[in-house]
Design a protein around this ligand. Structure first.
Ligand SMILES: [Zn+2]
Length: 238
Protein backbone atom coordinates (compact mmCIF):
# COMPACT_ATOMS: atom_id res chain seq x y z
CA UNK A 1 0.00 0.00 0.00
CA UNK A 2 1.23 3.50 -0.81
CA UNK A 3 2.14 5.87 2.02
CA UNK A 4 0.91 9.47 1.79
CA UNK A 5 4.35 10.70 0.69
CA UNK A 6 4.37 8.26 -2.23
CA UNK A 7 1.20 9.78 -3.67
CA UNK A 8 2.21 12.75 -5.83
CA UNK A 9 -0.61 12.69 -8.36
CA UNK A 10 -4.22 11.60 -7.93
CA UNK A 11 -6.85 11.02 -10.63
CA UNK A 12 -10.51 10.78 -9.64
CA UNK A 13 -12.83 9.16 -12.22
CA UNK A 14 -16.55 9.50 -11.58
CA UNK A 15 -19.80 9.23 -13.51
CA UNK A 16 -21.56 12.48 -12.59
CA UNK A 17 -20.96 15.97 -11.23
CA UNK A 18 -21.15 15.85 -7.39
CA UNK A 19 -20.08 12.16 -7.12
CA UNK A 20 -16.53 13.10 -6.14
CA UNK A 21 -17.80 15.63 -3.62
CA UNK A 22 -20.10 13.20 -1.81
CA UNK A 23 -17.51 10.42 -1.91
CA UNK A 24 -14.14 12.03 -1.46
CA UNK A 25 -13.94 15.86 -1.35
CA UNK A 26 -12.69 15.83 2.26
CA UNK A 27 -9.85 13.48 1.31
CA UNK A 28 -9.14 15.54 -1.82
CA UNK A 29 -8.77 18.72 0.28
CA UNK A 30 -6.22 16.87 2.41
CA UNK A 31 -4.27 15.90 -0.72
CA UNK A 32 -4.24 19.42 -2.19
CA UNK A 33 -3.26 20.89 1.22
CA UNK A 34 -0.13 18.74 1.01
CA UNK A 35 0.61 19.93 -2.54
CA UNK A 36 -0.54 16.73 -4.25
CA UNK A 37 -1.82 17.33 -7.80
CA UNK A 38 -5.41 16.18 -8.26
CA UNK A 39 -7.30 15.80 -11.56
CA UNK A 40 -11.01 15.06 -11.90
CA UNK A 41 -12.32 13.11 -14.90
CA UNK A 42 -16.12 13.09 -15.25
CA UNK A 43 -17.59 10.61 -17.67
CA UNK A 44 -20.98 12.40 -18.04
CA UNK A 45 -22.17 15.97 -17.54
CA UNK A 46 -25.04 14.83 -15.30
CA UNK A 47 -27.51 16.14 -17.87
CA UNK A 48 -30.25 13.73 -16.74
CA UNK A 49 -30.06 14.86 -13.11
CA UNK A 50 -31.55 17.80 -11.26
CA UNK A 51 -35.08 18.78 -10.44
CA UNK A 52 -35.57 21.91 -12.53
CA UNK A 53 -37.48 20.64 -15.55
CA UNK A 54 -37.54 24.15 -17.06
CA UNK A 55 -34.02 23.51 -18.32
CA UNK A 56 -33.41 21.53 -21.49
CA UNK A 57 -30.64 18.91 -21.44
CA UNK A 58 -28.07 21.18 -23.04
CA UNK A 59 -28.62 23.87 -20.42
CA UNK A 60 -28.41 21.30 -17.62
CA UNK A 61 -25.11 19.88 -18.90
CA UNK A 62 -23.55 23.34 -19.04
CA UNK A 63 -24.87 24.27 -15.58
CA UNK A 64 -23.61 21.08 -13.98
CA UNK A 65 -20.16 21.41 -15.56
CA UNK A 66 -19.80 24.91 -14.12
CA UNK A 67 -21.06 23.72 -10.71
CA UNK A 68 -18.43 20.97 -10.74
CA UNK A 69 -15.68 23.47 -11.59
CA UNK A 70 -16.73 25.61 -8.60
CA UNK A 71 -16.91 22.56 -6.32
CA UNK A 72 -13.43 21.52 -7.44
CA UNK A 73 -12.11 25.00 -6.66
CA UNK A 74 -13.47 24.73 -3.09
CA UNK A 75 -11.06 21.83 -2.43
CA UNK A 76 -8.10 23.15 -4.42
CA UNK A 77 -8.62 21.33 -7.75
CA UNK A 78 -8.43 23.20 -11.07
CA UNK A 79 -7.85 20.36 -13.56
CA UNK A 80 -11.32 19.01 -14.39
CA UNK A 81 -11.93 17.00 -17.57
CA UNK A 82 -15.27 15.92 -19.04
CA UNK A 83 -15.62 12.95 -21.39
CA UNK A 84 -19.14 14.00 -22.46
CA UNK A 85 -20.93 10.62 -22.32
CA UNK A 86 -24.74 10.84 -22.00
CA UNK A 87 -25.94 10.63 -18.37
CA UNK A 88 -27.86 7.49 -17.40
CA UNK A 89 -26.75 5.12 -20.16
CA UNK A 90 -23.04 4.53 -19.47
CA UNK A 91 -21.81 1.00 -20.15
CA UNK A 92 -18.46 -0.65 -19.44
CA UNK A 93 -17.51 -0.38 -23.12
CA UNK A 94 -14.17 -0.64 -24.91
CA UNK A 95 -14.60 2.99 -25.95
CA UNK A 96 -14.94 4.11 -22.33
CA UNK A 97 -11.90 2.01 -21.34
CA UNK A 98 -9.90 3.69 -24.11
CA UNK A 99 -11.05 7.19 -23.10
CA UNK A 100 -10.15 6.61 -19.42
CA UNK A 101 -6.84 4.97 -20.43
CA UNK A 102 -6.04 8.12 -22.41
CA UNK A 103 -6.58 10.32 -19.33
CA UNK A 104 -4.54 7.96 -17.10
CA UNK A 105 -1.64 8.12 -19.55
CA UNK A 106 -1.93 11.92 -19.76
CA UNK A 107 -2.11 12.48 -15.99
CA UNK A 108 0.19 9.58 -14.87
CA UNK A 109 -1.35 9.27 -11.38
CA UNK A 110 0.04 7.19 -8.51
CA UNK A 111 -3.48 6.76 -7.11
CA UNK A 112 -6.85 6.53 -8.87
CA UNK A 113 -10.10 7.02 -6.94
CA UNK A 114 -13.33 5.73 -8.50
CA UNK A 115 -16.67 3.99 -7.88
CA UNK A 116 -16.80 0.36 -6.85
CA UNK A 117 -18.09 -1.70 -9.80
CA UNK A 118 -19.91 -3.97 -7.35
CA UNK A 119 -23.51 -3.60 -6.32
CA UNK A 120 -23.89 -2.66 -2.66
CA UNK A 121 -26.81 -4.71 -1.32
CA UNK A 122 -26.70 -3.07 2.11
CA UNK A 123 -27.11 0.50 0.75
CA UNK A 124 -28.37 0.78 -2.82
CA UNK A 125 -27.66 4.49 -3.49
CA UNK A 126 -24.04 4.11 -4.66
CA UNK A 127 -24.99 1.28 -7.04
CA UNK A 128 -26.26 3.47 -9.89
CA UNK A 129 -25.54 1.63 -13.17
CA UNK A 130 -23.41 4.56 -14.41
CA UNK A 131 -21.28 4.29 -11.24
CA UNK A 132 -20.75 0.54 -11.66
CA UNK A 133 -19.90 0.94 -15.35
CA UNK A 134 -17.42 3.76 -14.68
CA UNK A 135 -15.83 1.86 -11.77
CA UNK A 136 -15.46 -1.28 -13.89
CA UNK A 137 -14.08 0.54 -16.93
CA UNK A 138 -11.65 2.49 -14.73
CA UNK A 139 -10.30 -0.69 -13.10
CA UNK A 140 -9.93 -2.23 -16.58
CA UNK A 141 -8.10 0.93 -17.73
CA UNK A 142 -5.78 0.74 -14.69
CA UNK A 143 -5.18 -2.97 -15.23
CA UNK A 144 -4.26 -3.89 -17.87
CA UNK A 145 -4.98 -1.20 -20.46
CA UNK A 146 -2.95 1.83 -19.34
CA UNK A 147 0.23 -0.19 -18.74
CA UNK A 148 -0.05 -2.41 -21.83
CA UNK A 149 1.45 -0.83 -24.99
CA UNK A 150 -0.49 -3.29 -27.18
CA UNK A 151 -3.89 -2.12 -25.91
CA UNK A 152 -5.27 0.86 -27.84
CA UNK A 153 -2.14 1.35 -30.00
CA UNK A 154 -3.70 4.56 -31.31
CA UNK A 155 -2.81 6.13 -27.94
CA UNK A 156 0.89 5.52 -28.63
CA UNK A 157 0.28 7.46 -31.83
CA UNK A 158 -0.98 10.33 -29.66
CA UNK A 159 2.36 10.29 -27.82
CA UNK A 160 0.89 8.62 -24.72
CA UNK A 161 3.26 6.06 -23.24
CA UNK A 162 2.10 3.20 -21.01
CA UNK A 163 1.63 4.05 -17.32
CA UNK A 164 1.24 1.83 -14.26
CA UNK A 165 -1.13 3.14 -11.56
CA UNK A 166 0.04 1.79 -8.20
CA UNK A 167 -3.16 1.89 -6.16
CA UNK A 168 -6.93 2.38 -6.56
CA UNK A 169 -9.40 3.50 -3.89
CA UNK A 170 -12.97 2.32 -4.52
CA UNK A 171 -15.92 4.21 -3.07
CA UNK A 172 -19.44 3.03 -2.36
CA UNK A 173 -18.70 -0.60 -1.59
CA UNK A 174 -19.97 -2.74 1.24
CA UNK A 175 -16.56 -3.56 2.72
CA UNK A 176 -14.39 -0.42 3.05
CA UNK A 177 -10.97 -1.01 4.62
CA UNK A 178 -9.51 2.50 4.53
CA UNK A 179 -10.88 5.51 6.42
CA UNK A 180 -9.61 9.05 5.89
CA UNK A 181 -10.19 11.41 8.82
CA UNK A 182 -11.74 14.52 7.21
CA UNK A 183 -12.58 16.40 10.41
CA UNK A 184 -10.24 19.23 9.35
CA UNK A 185 -11.72 19.46 5.84
CA UNK A 186 -15.45 18.72 6.29
CA UNK A 187 -16.30 22.44 6.00
CA UNK A 188 -14.69 22.57 2.55
CA UNK A 189 -16.44 19.33 1.58
CA UNK A 190 -19.74 20.99 2.46
CA UNK A 191 -18.80 24.08 0.44
CA UNK A 192 -18.01 21.81 -2.51
CA UNK A 193 -21.37 20.06 -2.17
CA UNK A 194 -23.16 23.42 -1.93
CA UNK A 195 -21.63 24.37 -5.30
CA UNK A 196 -23.96 21.78 -6.86
CA UNK A 197 -26.92 24.08 -6.33
CA UNK A 198 -29.05 22.42 -9.04
CA UNK A 199 -28.81 19.12 -7.09
CA UNK A 200 -28.71 20.01 -3.41
CA UNK A 201 -30.49 23.37 -3.52
CA UNK A 202 -33.80 21.74 -2.67
CA UNK A 203 -32.45 19.83 0.33
CA UNK A 204 -32.97 22.08 3.32
CA UNK A 205 -31.07 19.81 5.65
CA UNK A 206 -28.28 18.89 3.25
CA UNK A 207 -25.54 20.02 5.61
CA UNK A 208 -26.94 18.10 8.58
CA UNK A 209 -27.38 15.04 6.41
CA UNK A 210 -23.76 15.21 5.23
CA UNK A 211 -22.37 15.78 8.75
CA UNK A 212 -24.47 12.93 10.12
CA UNK A 213 -23.49 10.49 7.41
CA UNK A 214 -19.73 11.13 7.63
CA UNK A 215 -19.78 11.18 11.43
CA UNK A 216 -21.42 7.75 11.25
CA UNK A 217 -18.59 6.49 9.02
CA UNK A 218 -16.00 7.85 11.49
CA UNK A 219 -17.80 6.20 14.40
CA UNK A 220 -18.01 2.86 12.55
CA UNK A 221 -14.25 3.13 11.90
CA UNK A 222 -13.63 3.67 15.61
CA UNK A 223 -12.24 7.20 15.18
CA UNK A 224 -14.09 8.48 18.23
CA UNK A 225 -16.76 11.14 18.78
CA UNK A 226 -16.95 14.45 16.89
CA UNK A 227 -14.89 13.08 14.00
CA UNK A 228 -15.76 12.77 10.30
CA UNK A 229 -14.37 10.23 7.85
CA UNK A 230 -14.63 9.08 4.23
CA UNK A 231 -14.40 5.36 3.48
CA UNK A 232 -12.72 3.47 0.64
CA UNK A 233 -11.58 0.01 -0.33
CA UNK A 234 -7.89 0.03 -1.21
CA UNK A 235 -6.74 -2.06 -4.18
CA UNK A 236 -3.00 -2.46 -4.81
CA UNK A 237 -2.50 -2.38 -8.59
CA UNK A 238 1.27 -2.16 -9.14
ZN1 LIG B 1 -23.53 9.76 -9.54
Amino acid sequence: MLSETEINRVLVVTAHPDDVDFAAAGSIARFTDRGTEVTYCLVTDGDAGGFDRELDNGGMAELRRSEQLNAAKAVGVSDVRFLGYPDGTVTQSLGLRRDITRVIRQVRPDLVITHTPERNYAFIAPSHPDHRAVGGATLDAVYPDARNPYTFPELLGEGLDPWTVREVWLNGGQTPDHHVDITATIDRKILALRAHASQVGHLKDAENFVRGRFAQIAAAAGLGPDRYAEAFQRVPTA
